[in-house]
Design a protein around this ligand. Structure first.
Ligand code: ZN
Ligand code: ZN
Ligand code: ZN
Length: 327
């Protein structure tokens, strides 16, 4: 079964991809499908013997290229699970971490992301390009090899749509982009800033959902990765590295997290003035040993409870950021 169904009460679309139940789950290192193919051994997903960054279509996709037209089953609306599902492998080294790969690799990754954003934007079945990474078994990773993913959704997904609706209202009321306003306020107040650079600010949001949640955004109103200048891409690679190093240093182990990139929808529409590129990192730990679980308030009511003051989280993360210049 591979389809999207719209919940008639919330009007949110949900993806059903039951074929994914059989996907490769935490294979031993010598059977890793994301390692390079070596002569004499069974081929992996990647035909080369060495590579820097590799992108390919997910073999167990949640979304596949095709028609997006919804149809009805009487009262209910459903649609093919159309769209894109790609895997982005960060390195040919099985045990590498993104932070340790260095700035040049991160810079290459920024270019690859921007390139895939542009390529998927051309597809008629893609309305929103979503770049993300699940890191660590704690957030459901099924392959340890360092990698992220890109989904091309056939519609703007709910979290992005909600943000865009608020941004549209803010623009109407104040004449400004809400994310530009947030970046400027956080920068001048400083208490929730984790690290800043010439073009980007990394901060714990004023009303963070997760204890060590962190947002990373450019000061300038840039709508997507594609619209970053070369200098801004360099700067992004460098601040991304510092954020990732801070996460690894915070508790002394690679902190599991979900990384989500929100940027301008590629759907027709007037999105430019309300789309402000940003990364959202949501680690699920609330301390070295304890994790935050989504429970009654979050799942049942959609209201997040957070046990750590964002200002305290920012202070702890700040002290975990390595000195500038460390590679
Ligand atoms: Zn591997
Ligand atoms: Zn903006
Ligand atoms: Zn966002």
């Amino acid at each position: 079964m591979s389809e999207r169904r719209r919940d008639p009460v919330s009007h949110e679309w949900r993806i059903f991809a039951t074929g994914r139940q059989d996907r490769t789950y935490l294979p031993p290192t010598d059977e890793c499908p994301l390692c390079p193919s070596v002569p004499g051994a069974a081929p992996t997903e990647i035909p080369w013997s060495a590579f820097s960054v590799a992108v390919f279509e997910n073999r167990f996709p949640a979304l596949t290229e095709g028609v997006t037209t919804p149809h009805r089953d009487g009262f209910f609306a459903l649609a093919p699970a159309a769209g894109a599902a790609e895997v982005v492998v960060y390195s040919d080294q099985h045990d590498a971490t993104l932070a340790a790969l260095g700035r040049d690799r991160l810079r290459l990754l920024v270019d690859v992301w921007a390139e895939r954003y542009a390529a998927l934007a051309e597809r008629p079945d893609v309305q929103y390009v979503f770049i993300f990474e699940n890191r660590g078994e704690a957030v459901g990773v099924t392959l340890h090899h360092p990698h992220g993913q890109i989904y091309g959704y056939p519609e703007i997904p709910p979290a992005a749509r909600r943000e865009l609706e608020v941004a549209r209202r803010h623009l109407g009321e104040h004449g400004t982009c809400v994310s530009c306003d947030v970046a400027a306020r956080e920068r001048s107040r400083g208490e929730r800033v984790v690290v800043q650079s010439d073009c980007f600010l990394a901060y714990v949001p004023f009303a963070a959902r997760f204890p060590y949640e962190l947002h990373l955004a450019p000061y300038r109103h840039v709508t997507s990765l594609l619209h970053l200048t070369d200098a801004e891409r360099d700067d992004l690679a460098s601040i991304l590295q510092r954020v990732l190093q801070a996460y690894d240093a915070l508790f002394g182990f690679p902190l599991p997290y979900v990384m989500a990139v929100h940027q301008e929808p590629v759907a027709d529409g007037d999105w430019r003035s309300i789309s402000h590129l940003h990364f959202e990192f949501t680690p699920i730990h609330r301390s070295e040993r304890r994790r935050k679980f989504l429970a009654g308030s979050e799942i049942g009511a959609g209201e997040f409870l957070n046990d750590v003051a964002p200002e305290d989280a920012a202070r702890r993360l700040r002290t975990a950021v390595p000195a500038m210049g460390a590679r």
